[in-house]
Design a protein. Structure first.
Length: 219
């Protein structure tokens, strides 16, 4: 039996079991998983990736907005489930990551479906218009709260807002876990969760999966 890790949001033996049941990937997604692991690049955890796939399969979105592209892993993953004529706009502030993401998206044959914008999401989101079927927040965690109003504004009725790393290695839920240098991020994540839960426009659930995920549906 795997010993309990106080920094895990669920018992590690449960995570180990779940990950053991997830089919292994192949092709470019497998390459990106390997690259991320070897180079400490943050991408969604395997169980979070499966949640994304399941939600996308249910929704078959036509327009997706992603905040936090990194090397393009999640965008490529979600693109498999786009509805007819669908597209993804993904925002990434880091120029090197943006270049890598664009190259990976090109290799995946998805350049016509995925557009990567190299800019600060806080600056871009207020300028966007139209409605999105899915919005995936996976950028700087301290900025989630600043983008919530625009996310709701941009989300289509029946659309899904997904936010990753919401429990932040357990720090969001328990003061004893909080690392001093992370206090501001934790406070803002707590504010974001509370704000989501209290918004009448949203039906929100907090899932103790991966590093914590909120899934909200626009009423």
């Amino acid at each position: 039996m795997v010993e309990y890790d106080k920094d895990a949001i669920v018992y590690p033996y449960i995570t180990e079991f779940i990950r053991g049941e997830i089919p292994k990937r192949s092709g470019i997604l497998k390459e990106l998983e390997d690259y991320a692991r070897e180079n400490s690049v943050p991408i969604v955890q395997p169980e979070t990736a499966k949640l994304l796939e399941t939600l996308m399969c249910l929704k078959r979105p036509v327009r997706i907005l992603e905040i936090g592209c990194a090397i393009g892993y999640s965008a490529i993953l979600m693109a498999q489930y786009l509805g007819e004529g669908g597209s993804i706009t993904t925002l990434e502030w880091d120029a090197d990551m943006t270049a890598m993401a664009r190259e990976n998206i090109k290799r995946a044959g998805l350049s016509d479906k995925i557009t990567v914008i190299n800019n600060d999401a806080k600056e871009v989101i207020p300028t966007l218009s139209g409605e999105y079927d899915v919005i995936f927040l996976d950028g700087p965690k301290a900025h989630y709260i600043h983008m919530l109003n625009d996310c709701i504004r941009l989300l289509k009725k029946g659309g899904i807002l997904i936010a990753d790393n919401i429990l932040y290695k357990g720090m969001t839920a328990d003061e004893e876990h909080v690392i001093r240098r992370k206090i501001t991020i934790v406070k803002r994540l707590r504010h974001f969760i509370s704000a989501q839960m209290q918004r009448d426009e949203l039906e929100t659930v907090i899932l103790p999966l991966g590093d914590g995920v909120t899934v909200a549906v626009r009423k």
